[in-house]
Design a protein around this ligand. Sequence first.
Ligand code: PCA
Length: 225
Amino acid sequence: MKQINVVMSGFEPYEGIDVNPCLEVLSALERDGLAGFAEQDRLLADAQVTIHTVLLPVSFAKAWPMLLETIERTHPDIVIATGLKRAARGMQLERCATNLMDAAKPDADNRRPRRMPIDPEGPAAYWTRLPLRSILKDFADHHIPATLSSDAGTYVCNSLFYNLLNWAATKDHVIGGFLNFPTVNEQPHPQHGLPLAQQISAARDVVHETVRYYLEPSSGEILLA
Ligand code: PCA
């Protein structure tokens, strides 16, 4: 049986949002993993998937070192960082991370970097390594509203995403990417938010498709034009 380690990170509550989907979704995934998927998916029958989770402060200086510490301890094959986009209607799949910090508000350490590169030696941007095409297909099959985003912002989320891909670029077989949750809204809402159960099932789809892609890479799955 092949052991596949997944690390998922989320951010601590911020901006006074009371139900933080990161927290709830991550604990559901850590507890249940991909339970039930192996029976339906032959590719997964021979894989043992373990999901480790970590909650990070909304801090430019601390978020990436804390995620890296979890990575070094658990040796993941897949790392999926997550965040919260308050204005998002549904799930938001991030396509690219850019080498820029430009904070409109102070972070948890009261720091507010303006117009600075994340890594002065690094490339301008990285594409995600997540199989976006198959994830979006799962979302459509499961009636989960989602959008592709080409801009993870210039705050802590983008900074974590960039650092993750900058690190993954030095590794042969690690897949990294970033997923944004909307706020939790149990009532159907035309503009923003999704019920928690739907966000959990969306995150499980993302892990499932990324594990499938890890086991059986195919070049068509990464980007969606
Ligand atoms: N969203 C913020 C930081 C933490 C989070 O969940 C962002 O978009 O950068």
